[in-house]
Design a binder for this molecule. Structure first.
Ligand code: HEM
Length: 309
C-alpha cells in the first residue's frame, strides 16, 4: 500500500475504534488546555540555536489529554496520558513538542501501527475483536510488548502534574557553532511522579484529573523540567519502540511553568493542532518513519474534526 494510503487507513481505523464523536480527536479526545511559560536554561543555547532556547522566556500553550478516542472516558481508566506543548516564538511562529506518559511506542513503522489498530477491530463473524489478535501482534513485536509492560507500571497518573511525559522520537539539535547531537525530550514533573493502580483509579470521580489540576493551580504554578536525553553512538535514532538506556546523560533545556486552565479550553482544543514536525531551525527530525508519518495523519484528523465529522 502506498505510504499516504497507510496513513489515511490508520486515521480511519482510529476513528472507527473511537466511535462517532463529531468534532473530537479520534485519539487523545478528552483534553484540557492550559496557559504558561517556557524558560530556557542557561545551557540550552549551547545545544541548539533554536529561538526559544536562547535565553528569553516564551509563552506556552499546554494540552493534557487521555489517549483514548472517547471524550467521556473516566479519568481513572488505565491508559496513556499526554502533554502537548506549543511555544510562541519571537518571530510570530510556533513550535510544538508532543509527549506521552509511557516511554516508547507500539510500532516502528506506520504499517505496524495499522496492523496493531486493525487487531482491535471487531471480527465481522462475531461482532467482537479476536481476543488473540493483540497478543499475537505483541508476540511478533517485542518493542510493542515492552511498551505495554511499561504502561502497566504507570497505568493511571494521580495528577496531570505528577506524570513524566516522553516525546519518543529522536531529533537532531545543532548549536550556533557546535556539532549536532541526537536527543530525546522528557518532561519531568517538579512535583514528583505518582501513579494509581487501576483499582484505585476506578474509584476516582470521572473528571478527577481536571479537578485536581484546578485546585493545585490555585496554590501556585505547576512546573516541568524539559530534559534532553543524549544519544550515544549506537543508540537507535529511528525507532520509537526502543527507549535508550536510562543512564544516558540528560541536559536541562528549560522549564515549563503552567499558570492556569484556559476558561475556553473546549473551544481552544478544537482550534489547536499540535504537530511534532512543527520545528524551528536548530532542531531537525530524525529519519524515524513514525515521526515522518505524523504530520499527514494529524492534518487529516484536524480536517475531519474541523468539519464536525
Ligand atoms: C504514525 C504514528 C501516529 C499516528 C498516525 C498518530 C495519530 C494521531 C492523531 C490522528 C491524533 C489527533 C490529532 C488531531 O486531531 O489534532 C494524535 C494526537 C496525539 N498524538 Fe499521535 N499518532 C502517532 C504517533 C504518536 C506518537 C509516537 C506519540 C508520542 C509522543 C503521539 C502523541 C500524540 C499526542 C500527545 C497527541 C495529542 C495532541 C493534542 O493534545 O492535540 N502520537 N495522534
Amino acid at each position: 500500500m502506498p505510504e499516504s494510503n497507510v496513513i489515511a487507513a490508520i486515521v480511519e481505523t482510529m476513528r472507527t475504534l473511537a466511535g462517532p464523536h463529531p468534532g473530537f480527536r479520534p485519539v487523545h479526545a478528552k483534553g484540557l488546555v492550559c496557559a504558561g511559560t517556557f524558560r530556557p536554561s542557561p545551557d540550552a543555547r549551547r545545544v541548539s540555536k533554536a529561538a526559544h532556547l536562547q535565553g528569553a522566556a516564551v509563552p506556552a500553550t499546554i494540552r493534557f489529554a487521555n489517549s483514548s478516542g472517547n471524550p467521556e472516558v473516566p479519568d481513572g481508566a488505565p491508559g496513556v496520558r499526554s502533554m502537548a506543548v506549543k511555544l510562541q516564538l519571537p518571530d510570530g511562529k510556533q513550535t510544538d513538542i508532543l509527549a506521552n506518559s509511557v516511554e516508547g511506542f507500539v510500532a516502528s513503522t506506520p504499517e505496524q501501527l495499522l496492523e496493531f489498530l486493525r487487531a482491535q477491530l471487531p471480527d465481522p463473524a462475531t461482532g467482537k475483536p479476536d481476543p488473540q489478535a493483540v497478543p499475537r501482534y505483541l508476540g511478533k513485536h517485542p518493542g510493542a510488548a515492552g511498551f505495554v509492560q511499561r504502561l502497566m507500571q504507570k497505568p493511571v497518573p494521580a495528577s496531570y502534574a505528577q506524570a513524566a511525559y516522553h516525546a519518543e522520537h529522536a531529533f537532531r539539535f545543532t548549536g550556533a557553532d557546535g556539532p549536532s547531537v541526537f536527543g530525546r525530550y522528557h518532561f519531568v514533573p517538579e512535583a514528583g511522579e505518582a501513579y494509581l493502580s487501576p483499582e484505585d483509579g476506578g474509584k476516582r470521580p470521572s473528571n478527577f484529573l481536571r479537578d485536581e489540576l484546578e485546585s493545585r493551580l490555585k496554590k501556585g504554578p505547576v512546573t516541568f523540567r524539559l530534559e534532553l536525553q543524549l544519544a550515544e553512538a549506537k543508540d537507535p535514532t529511528d525507532d520509537p519502540t526502543a527507549p535508550w538506556p536510562a543512564e544516558r546523560k540528560r541536559i536541562e533545556l528549560g522549564r515549563v511553568e503552567i499558570i492556569s486552565i484556559s476558561p475556553s479550553s473546549l473551544a481552544d482544543e478544537r482550534r489547536l493542532i499540535f504537530d511534532p514536525n512543527n520545528l524551528t531551525p536548530g532542531i531537525e527530525p530524525s529519519t524515524d518513519p513514525i515521526l515522518a508519518a505524523r504530520s499527514a495523519a494529524y492534518s487529516i484528523s484536524y480536517d475531519k474534526r474541523s468539519k464536525g465529522e
